[in-house]
Write a protein that binds this ligand. Structure first.
Ligand code: ATP
Length: 218
């Protein structure tokens, strides 16, 4: 089973890494790929450029878990980084091996705003990460119907399906975000212990995130 963890990773932090590990262990991925997006279609543009974000991911994964890797296909594609295009190109490569896209609970709720979102269920399974104490979100009607039809209870049920199933997973979800880290650095404070030291060293050497940008409230 191939797991996909997409994001802007501006910068990558322990919230991403810890979650990736928990999801990998509960579903039993043999491989988990971090896919940094080039041009995020649904949010503000990243502060660090694509190559800088890729370099931070590489540093973070230097001593990573077995099976963690980076896939740069979105960086090599022009235009907005639509997940449906990414999954379609992965699907061509892996034939009918199960794929599982990892998504936050909020991201899942906003799925109907994504480009060609219905097509996602024909390409991958979905693992929705949820903090045990997070409040319920009222889903769009069509999304609720899809959930009724496609939801499975056990993470391991995904192994029998190359695509099309949805599972909810409880994860710790540390209260860390990239915007918090950018903000801390822009205010001249230390972001240590929120992300790997190697990534922080690169941020300090390159001078990234030193200016406060309005989009940081995202
Ligand atoms: P920003 O603060 O800039 O919005 P972010 O920290 O949310 O960034 P992204 O790269 O946008 O990071 O997120 C990629 C994926 O990682 C998303 O699915 C998001 O839900 C998840 N994620 C981010 N932070 C955490 C965290 N602390 N715990 C679990 N998942 C996280």
């Amino acid at each position: 089973m191939l797991g996909i963890f997409g994001g802007t990773f501006d910068p990558v932090h322990f919230g991403h890494l810890r979650t990736a590990l928990e999801v990998k262990e509960s579903i039993g991925f043999t491989e988990l790929r971090f896919i940094p997006c080039h041009i995020p279609p649904h949010r503000n543009q990243p502060q660090a450029n694509s190559e800088q974000r890729l370099m931070m991911l590489k540093l973070a994964l230097l001593d990573a878990e077995t099976g963690f890797s980076i896939d740069r296909r979105e960086l090599d594609r022009e235009g907005p980084s639509y997940m449906v295009d990414t999954l379609a190109s992965l699907r061509e490569e892996v034939a009918d091996r199960p794929i599982c896209l990892i998504l936050g609970y909020d991201a899942f709720a906003s799925l109907p705003k994504w480009h060609c979102w219905r097509e996602l269920f024909n390409l991958a399974n979905l693992a929705i990460m949820r903090r045990p104490d997070s409040p319920d979100i009222a889903f769009d009607n069509e999304l609720s119907e899809i959930l009724l039809k496609r939801r499975v209870e056990k993470p391991t049920d995904l192994h029998d399906n190359p695509f099309g199933k949805i599972v909810f997973l409880n994860v710790s979800q540390l209260a860390i975000s990239a915007s918090l880290i950018r903000n801390i650095i822009a205010h001249g404070k230390s972001a240590r212990y929120l992300l790997p030291d190697s990534v922080l060293d690169m941020i300090q050497t390159s001078g990234l995130y030193r200016t406060v940008k309005a989009e940081q409230s995202n």
